[in-house]
Design a protein around this ligand. Structure first.
Ligand SMILES: [Zn+2]
Length: 290
């Protein structure tokens, strides 16, 4: 059914049948080709942009850490970026892995579907888990904490690509500045976008909202709500890539995501439990030689 959705099934099946390939293999290949088409529709900032934003954020972090004796190494940043991108259930090439369906179905990892309370509480929990793990100095403290940090940064960056936060800047509505510190409330019920889910209206003009996204029916409209949208298929309010029809909003969302990523990383190292503990800080910023 998923394959039929994108019109791949009959064409792909005919081609593979002509090659006399067993049915099971045919189905697997069809599903894989289908996934390759779906993935670009589903991710937040594309892997390329999550990667770039995170590298830029760590440039800023390391500048801020100057004179502290701490600096994130390239290897540590690469580990964090790998985890960031995998939060969408894909690798750095955008190819889905075994976690793809689960990863995409969890709106709280991507601030989709106005899931602000759960998403923001998840960031608070991740930050606390990182601090506790660093203090515990578990054998996995370095890699485990960097994986959590990468996942948290992904969700923070998605906040800006999937919500109307960039648009709200013009109204001086500065919500979400403390991601990882305080929880956001889910928005009140009511209209946030007009009929086709692409134009902010009602509560979406003055308060937070985000696009609704369903993996298998990305163009379906949720009544009175905003649509995430899918490239080449249907418009929405997402700012996932520079191919958007609103390049200025994309650039603004990207800058906000970079600044928020920096704030989150520094909030961990500035936590009173970590800031005076050089061993804990070092476990996060670098990978010890084997
Ligand atoms: Zn995402």
């Amino acid at each position: 059914m998923r394959v039929r959705l994108l019109g791949l099934n009959s064409r792909t099946a005919r081609t593979l049948a002509a090659l006399n390939i067993p049915t099971f293999v045919t189905k697997c290949l069809s599903l894989f080709l289908c996934l390759l088409l779906i993935v670009p529709l589903a991710a937040g900032f594309k892997p390329k942009w999550h990667t770039l934003i995170t590298w830029e954020a760590f440039d800023d972090v390391n500048t801020a850490l100057k004179n502290t004796g701490l600096a994130f190494t390239a290897e540590a940043i690469e580990e964090i970026i790998r985890s960031n991108v995998e939060t969408d259930g894909v690798n750095s090439w955008g190819v889905p892995n075994v976690h793809f369906w689960h990863a995409q179905a969890d709106s709280s990892k991507h601030f989709d579907d106005e899931d602000f309370a759960k998403s923001s509480k998840g960031l608070i929990n991740l930050k606390e888990a990182i601090v506790v793990e660093l203090l515990g100095n578990a054998p996995s403290a370095g890699t485990g904490t960097r994986e959590k940090l990468g996942s948290a940064l992904h969700t923070i960056q998605d906040f800006y690509s999937h919500s109307n936060r960039a648009e709200l800047d013009a109204q001086k509505v500065l919500v979400g500045e403390q991601l990882g510190e305080t929880a956001l409330a889910d928005p009140p019920s009511g209209t946030t976008c007009d009929g086709d889910g692409t134009k902010l209206s009602g509560g979406g003009l003055t308060g937070l909202t985000s696009g609704y996204f369903k993996l298998l029916t990305p163009c379906k409209i949720t009544k009175d709500k905003c649509r995430h949208g899918a490239p080449l298929l249907c418009a929405g309010i997402n700012k996932d890539s520079d191919s958007t029809t609103k390049p200025l909003l994309f650039s603004h969302a990207r800058a906000l995501a970079r600044a928020a990523s920096v704030r989150f990383v520094l909030s961990i190292l500035n936590d009173p439990r970590i800031s005076g503990n050089a061993k804990a800080g070092k476990a996060l910023v670098s990978i010890p030689p084997k």
